[in-house]
Write a protein that binds this ligand. Structure first.
Ligand SMILES: Cc1ncc(COP(=O)(O)O)c(C=O)c1O
Length: 415
């Protein structure tokens, strides 16, 4: 008996299959359409042979300066080094105090201690997670030598108030803009708001390289000159050292990748913003705004949404995270412990209750996927699984129906 060859079955449902999980970040989706362009640029940099501070780096410095609307941009090896160099340019040393948030990545504070300075931690505004100007003002002392706000999760700190406090104290403002390239405060870009801006090109950032990289920005020609000197061992001319600097230079391969990606940054930021707006609507539709703290953009901000961070109160954060993990949904906790409570800073003498909003945030925050290429169906899965968790956790009282995806689909059909 001869078998009739089987025709491939046509999929009767033209809709894409429902997602089986959601990654916290998927750079493959971002890089796939740019792969050939990036490979060609890398090959060109290889053939060129000027691997450290080559022409691609100069071009990136010009491009970033233009993007941040600031006269000078100086490439360096990482965001951590950008912070260190900025503090070195302010001559921070033993006995000097720098006011900064405790609710941030470690590098913000370690840059101060590496120079012998003392980090003085200010508490945060619970709505934005950014440094509270009233707290900063109360910490100003004769030893204060700089204020170092962080534009956390992609949203600018309240820069007008912070710059006013800094001006009254006659100290510089260094922006930690590692998470906030393209963010704005009152229409001014991050990196152009203080005396110097520090950026990171770590791959998870909104403008991420294919490795480590960093950039400083400044409007001041004397700081531009000093930062360029400091990043190259304080050497000028060759083998003559004016000051003791460090070796912190950006390489041509990173710059080649970043020059290509920078052209897409505004489009990606708009996609992040759209994702944040969609989460907001979906969480509200599911009634989850009653049990979760949802992030929002302040009216004076252009939020770059490097992270979408919700608050999960009442001690449920870790259980929700476990539930989402079991549903293959990626999440992260930025940050589980304030810097003031870290073992390495025990000598600074902070104790329980010194920074209550920082402690509360560390217990409640949970970052959900927000990367530009995230799909609406993936977001719906995140919201549906969150609803399922709260439905079970509240015995069905707070969140009556977890079938969020189906209801949304049904509503769309009838619309
Ligand atoms: C707020 C903040 N500051 C500084 C850094 C340090 O940047 P890098 O990892 O490039 O050294 C990061 C990056 O993780 C960051 O998020």
């Amino acid at each position: 008996m001869t078998k009739t060859p089987k025709m491939p079955m046509e999929n009767p449902d033209p809709r894409p299959p429902a997602p089986q999980g959601v990654p916290l970040l998927d750079l493959k989706r971002q890089h796939a359409p740019l792969r050939e362009q990036m490979a060609a640029a890398l090959a060109e940099a290889l053939d060129d042979g000027r691997f450290v501070l080559g022409p691609e780096v100069t071009r990136l410095e010009e491009n970033v300066a233009k993007y941040c609307r600031v006269p000078h941009a100086i490439g360096c090896a990482s965001g951590s080094d950008a912070l260190l160099l900025a503090l070195m340019a302010c001559d921070i040393g033993p006995g000097d105090e720098v006011i900064l948030p405790s609710f941030t990545f470690f590098a913000t504070a370690s840059a101060v201690t590496r120079l012998g300075g003392r980090p003085v931690f200010a508490d945060i505004d619970p709505a934005s997670f950014n440094m509270d100007p009233a707290a900063v003002e109360s910490l100003i002392s004769p030893a204060t030598k700089a204020i170092l706000p962080v534009h956390l999760f992609g949203q600018c700190a309240p820069m007008d108030a912070l710059c006013r406090i800094a001006k009254a104290a006659d100290v510089p403002v260094i922006e930690d803009a590692a998470q906030a390239i393209g963010a704005e405060w009152d229409g001014v870009r991050a990196g152009a708001l203080g005396d110097m801006g520090c950026f990171s090109f770590y791959p998870t950032k909104n403008l991420g390289g294919a490795g480590d990289g960093g950039m400083l920005t400044t409007a001041k020609a004397d700081l531009d000159d000093k930062l360029r000197l400091l990043r190259g061992h304080g050497m000028r001319p060759r083998y003559y050292h004016e000051v003791v600097g460090i070796n912190s230079r950006l390489d041509s391969f990173q710059a080649a990748v970043l020059n290509i990606k920078l052209a897409h940054l505004d489009r990606w930021t708009a996609m992040r913003q759209a994702n944040a707006a969609r989460y907001h609507e979906m969480f509200a539709t599911a009634g989850l705004d009653r049990v979760l703290g949802l992030p929002s953009a302040g009216s004076r901000c252009r939020h770059a949404w490097n992270q979408y961070v919700v608050r999960v109160p009442n001690g449920r954060r870790d259980r929700l995270r476990k539930h989402l993990g079991e549903a293959k949904i990626g999440t992260e906790i930025y940050y589980p412990l304030g810097l003031h409570a870290q073992q390495c800073f025990a000598h600074l003498g902070y104790g329980p209750g010194d920074l209550p909003e920082t402690d509360r945030a560390a217990e409640e925050v949970l970052a959900l996927p927000i990367f530009p290429e995230l799909t609406a169906a993936e977001q719906a899965l995140v919201v549906e699984q969150t609803a399922a968790f709260f439905h079970a956790a509240t015995g069905g009282h707070a969140i009556p129906r977890p079938n969020f995806l189906k209801r949304t689909a049904a509503r769309k059909k009838t619309a």
